[in-house]
Structures are given as structure tokens and as C-alpha cells.
Design a protein. Structure first.
Length: 269
């Protein structure tokens, strides 16, 4: 509370004059406040240097409400992505009086709809969960979603957001869940290429054979090829099948471990 009003006080023939300050009880503040009155300068008097002002403390008598302490915990630190049982997150307060809306934030590298779903969905969509009157906690569940597009574990984290309605338990302000991958990453085949000849004469009737080989024989496997060097197609050489050179692609068929193409030299003058 503060005042800078200037109030003229007339003493007339009396040695003093008074005014009163009446406190007003309020419930919106829980702090003591001060009122100060100071004598202003005037040509009609001098100011007592030892008593130029007087102050009054208006003491608060209201008791500040004790806010509930809110925490969050997960029933499981980790679950498999193919688990039929969801993890339960419990938001708890001390006390049970009145509805209490608790703000939640979500983080981690798990993706909603791909790695997990939340029930009730409104908790995730709105970032809010309500502990009902008479209850000390509220829960939501996180169900993992099995997927085959990733072979890594992912994490889901829920944290309590700030609010004037409660304080946050510093030791339990967030809870995390690891959604563990159960898929085995495929072992990729190793590809190599070799030429039957290191060198051929330009007038040779025998082409050089290039063999592209893989370890394993399962399924068709398209292998990308690039070509370089200073030999010119159609002038210095031709490739068969021509599609291999034209498309930069050769396919090792299912059941086969290799595929070949040939390079025939062209004699030029």
C-alpha cells in the first residue's frame, strides 16, 4: 500500500492536530503493508529533523492457503512395443479437496500414433488431467504400437507443468517410459564386383565379363551401378545387356548369388 497525497493540516491555536488511518481487511493479499505520512516543506514552519515522518504497518491476519503438492509416476520404466498391457501414469496430490486441474507436457522421441497412443486421448491432446474432488490421484495410460519401420527403442516423457493452483514435487516432476523395439534389423547382403580381365585388346573377339556378387541368394536384388573412365560408349566399347549401361542397374535374381554383364571392345582407327 502506498500514498503520495498531500493533505494540508491546520493547527489554528492548538499545538497539534490529528487524523486517523483505519485498516481495511482484505483476503486477496497475505503480506503486511505500510502507510507513511511525511511533513512537506512550507514557509510557515520548519520540520523537526528527528520526526519528519511517521509510518504505520498494517499487519496481515489472513493465512495463505497451503497449495497441494503434485507428483507423477509411471507404472513401468520400460515396455515392449508389442506389449498388450499399457503403462499407467499416475498424477498424485496430497489432499483430496476439490477438483484440481493439472497441466502436463510431453516430450521424448516416441511419436504419437506411430509408437504409442494415450487414453483418454484428451489428456495428450489438451495437456491437462483433472483430479476429481474426493480423489488424491488421476491416471492415464500409454499403449505401445508395434511397428516394423524402426529398429530403435524410443522414449515417452510426461512432466507436470507450472500452475498457481499447486506446487510441483521436485523429486517426481516427470515420469518416463521406454518403448523397447522387438524387431530384428535385417542383415543386408554384401555386394562386390569383379572383372574377368584386367585388360583386353581393342580388336579382341572375346568380351570381358563383369560379375556382381552378393552373399546369400534370397529374393531379387537390384544393384545400382555407375560407370566412369575415359572410354567412350559406342566408340571404344559396348555393354551387353545394353540396359545395364543405359539404366545403371543390374538385378541378381532370386536363388542366384550373382549377375553378369559383358564389355566388348570396339576397334577404332
Amino acid at each position: 500500500m502506498a500514498s503520495d497525497s498531500r493533505w494540508p493540516v491546520q493547527c489554528h491555536l492548538h499545538p497539534s492536530a490529528t487524523f486517523t488511518v483505519s485498516p481495511i481487511a482484505d483476503t486477496g493479499s497475505f503480506l503486511d503493508v505500510t502507510f507513511v505520512s511525511s511533513i512537506g516543506n512550507s514557509a510557515s514552519y520548519t520540520i523537526d529533523a528527528g520526526a519528519p515522518s511517521a509510518s504505520l504497518t498494517i499487519a496481515n491476519v489472513d493465512v495463505a492457503p497451503v497449495l497441494p503438492v503434485v507428483s507423477i509416476a509411471s507404472s513401468d520404466p520400460s515396455i515392449s512395443e508389442d506389449s498388450a498391457s499399457p503403462a499407467t501414469f499416475t498424477v498424485t496430490r496430497d489432499g483430496t479437496s476439490g477438483d484440481l486441474a493439472v497441466t502436463l507436457t510431453f516430450s521424448g522421441d516416441a511419436v504419437s500414433g506411430t509408437d504409442f497412443s494415450v487414453s483418454p486421448s484428451e489428456v495428450f491432446d489438451n495437456g491437462l488431467i483433472t483430479i476429481l474432488d474426493g480423489q488424491s490421484s488421476a491416471t492415464f495410460t500409454v499403449s505401445p504400437i508395434a511397428n516394423t519401420g524402426s529398429f530403435l527403442d524410443v522414449s515417452f516423457v510426461s512432466s507436470i507443468g507450472s500452475s498457481a493452483s499447486y506446487t510441483i514435487d521436485a523429486g517426481a516432476s516427470s515420469a518416463s517410459l521406454t518403448i523397447a523395439n522387438v524387431d530384428v534389423a535385417p542383415v543386408l547382403p554384401v555386394i562386390s564386383i569383379a572383372s574377368s580381365d584386367a585388360s583386353v585388346n581393342e580388336d579382341s573377339a572375346s568380351p570381358a565379363t563383369f560379375t556382381v556378387t552378393r552373399d546369400g541368394t534370397s529374393g531379387d536384388l537390384a544393384v545400382t551401378l555407375t560407370f566412369s573412365g575415359n572410354a567412350v560408349s559406342g566408340t571404344d566399347f559396348s555393354v551387353s545387356p545394353s540396359e545395364v549401361f543405359d539404366n545403371g542397374l543390374i538385378t541378381i535374381l532370386d536363388g542366384q548369388s550373382s549377375a553378369t554383364f559383358t564389355v566388348s571392345p570396339i576397334a577404332d582407327t
